[in-house]
Write a protein that binds this ligand. Sequence first.
Ligand SMILES: Cc1cc2nc3c(=O)[nH]c(=O)nc-3n(C[C@H](O)[C@H](O)[C@H](O)COP(=O)(O)OP(=O)(O)OC[C@H]3O[C@@H](n4cnc5c(N)ncnc54)[C@H](O)[C@@H]3O)c2cc1C
Length: 384
Amino acid sequence: MAKNIHDVLILGAGIMGSCTAYHSARASLRPLVFEQFAKGHANGSSHGQSRIIRYSHGDGTYLPIMKESYGLWDELEKATGERLINKCGLLRVSTSEVIVKKYAKILGEYGAKHYLLKGDEIHKAFPHFHYRDGWFGVVDVEGGIIFAENCMKAAQMEAVRHGAVFNFEEKVEEIQRETDCVNVVTNKGVYSCKNLVVTAGGWLNKVLPGFNTFVHTQAEQIGTLYWTIKSNNEQFDADKNCPVVVIEEEDAKMFMLPPVDYPNQIKLCLDECVPIDPDHPLDKMPEAMQEVVGRHISKYIPDVDGSKPSKIDLCVYTMTNDSHYAIGKYPTDPRILVAGGFSGSGFKLAISVGRMLTDIAQGADERATVPELFSLTRKRAGKH
Ligand SMILES: Cc1cc2nc3c(=O)[nH]c(=O)nc-3n(C[C@H](O)[C@H](O)[C@H](O)COP(=O)(O)OP(=O)(O)OC[C@H]3O[C@@H](n4cnc5c(N)ncnc54)[C@H](O)[C@@H]3O)c2cc1C
């Protein structure tokens, strides 16, 4: 009997797999997606209500991709009626003027709307943030919140509407490379395809055990911390005057989002992780991490209770050595396309990653589609 060879199979239904399903279904590739867990699970990187979206990056490569992503999210928002983005602005504050000016320069070179603030100007612009002497800021005017759960729902809904199929609770156990196709063996069956897209997040090295010889990736756990607002609640309203904030205080890097996930609680996390095996995650994070954040809150955001987090969620980052992503054809088999190593910052441009993978699956030239910075065979760059 002739094999049923699918155009595209997708391994993993996080935001990357879901956006790839969205684009490839629209391109009539009839994708079939395997996800080891149930719909809406919280074991990977893409769950929860909110993430930061921004033009502001330390490397200019990201900005044109962000422009495309903003446009594609907007299209998806219109198609589904889901609210996906709130451009409440992104305030980047640092004790280093050099760092702030570097980000401002890149925004300026790309023509992204921004302005600089210094010392007391930061507190005057955003009275609930007490960053004054010794602090420098740059506002990325079009930065803000991307509503993660709504994006997942919208991408999957539109993918299905265009013919994609999602098989939840079906785990891929083996990838077999045949001469005429790639076989995917799951706990429920065997499927064949022309192109397999691997968007396995922290499980990338488990499903493609040789992957680390190209780009080193490591699953890491991060604690998502929430803190209760005690006073001046209206100041923290993203629909009024509360931006998202990225904070660089000497060695500590933190990020803050206005209350979206839980009422009356901001999200403020230390951007530090602990390496893990994603099949055996930790059940709590080292307390020292939350103490750093609590001290910062008490000093600079006194309307918020910094004595202890009101809630802690756990989530997985997949880090690469240089914090840049890994997107493209698997070097030992060009029928396998990979997108991974999103290093705690990939959600906002997943919709462009899905477009890139779909283009490659349709025969587009990989080098013209994916920036060299993300190539699986790139020379190792420094941290950004
Ligand atoms: C706390 C936190 C804050 C973040 N903040 C931001 C932010 O502000 N802005 C931003 O843009 N990004 C942010 N990110 C990063 C962003 O969320 C991730 O880059 C993105 O969600 C990665 O998606 P993914 O699809 O690659 O991985 P995942 O969501 O983990 O999806 C991979 C999927 O593959 C499935 N899978 C793996 N192996 C198998 C198998 N064998 N068979 C079947 N299925 C399998 C997994 O179950 C999983 O569902 C943050 C991440 C975290 C954790």
